[in-house]
Design a protein around this ligand. Sequence first.
Ligand code: KIV
Length: 272
Amino acid sequence: MSVHTPARRLTTRDIAAMRRRGEPIAMLTAYDAIMAALVESAGIDMILIGDSLGNVVLGHETTLPVTLDDMIRHAAAVKRGTSRALLVCDMPFGSVTDPAQALANAVRVMKETGVEAVKVEGGLAMVPMVEALVAHGIAVIGHIGLTPQAVHQMGGYYMHGKDDASAARLREEAKALEAAGVFALVLECVTPALASEITRALTIPTIGIGSGKDCAGQVLVVNDLIGLNVSPPPGFARPRADVAAIIRGAVGEYVAETKAERQPIPMSRRAE
Ligand code: KIV
């Protein structure tokens, strides 16, 4: 008789141990139960229910309109589809503006979704909010560099850390967020040399996206990885499949078959 012990869910301690061992951490986004189950079955360590939900699922131009209720609905679905990956839910724009509000909103996310952690976008201004969440037992991931919730303030999507002032600010933000208690730090569109330097300077893992290969882990929007898009993905994404083409092909075949299958059925005289 063989006893099958189900794999247990990864914890923040497992992620820290992977960093200590130098084992790369693989993270992807997912927004629903089926995609999350598929992503998990392929061996992903952490799943981010990103507020990129706004762009790739809800049809918004930016992440700004995404609400806390949107995040909670989708994070709860991802939880239902998974049993092993560590789940991280993004705190959407406007949900972490002061420590008390941030705590109340993060507590809602933890209670209503069952995720293991939340992610907060932003640098030094986020330190008091991160401290408040960590003080109340909530695991937090930070996110600096290109922070899409600040797209209008930043004036677009571009690489960060190219000049001395920007690089110095990112170094300071990384250290301050680590000291505030984040257990990992997303570096989005940070120059690869600086991302590598920050990775070596921290004891927590950095998770890179468009920041070169020398981060402790990598994260991507799953739609960009599998080619499930109607507009081109960011240059760094390197799609490994063209799921959009598969969908168009299958649906086109179905439409053609449905229309070619039989002769027109005449209407009865009464219906005319
Ligand atoms: O919302 C998101 O998907 C993200 C990742 C791109 C890091 O924040």
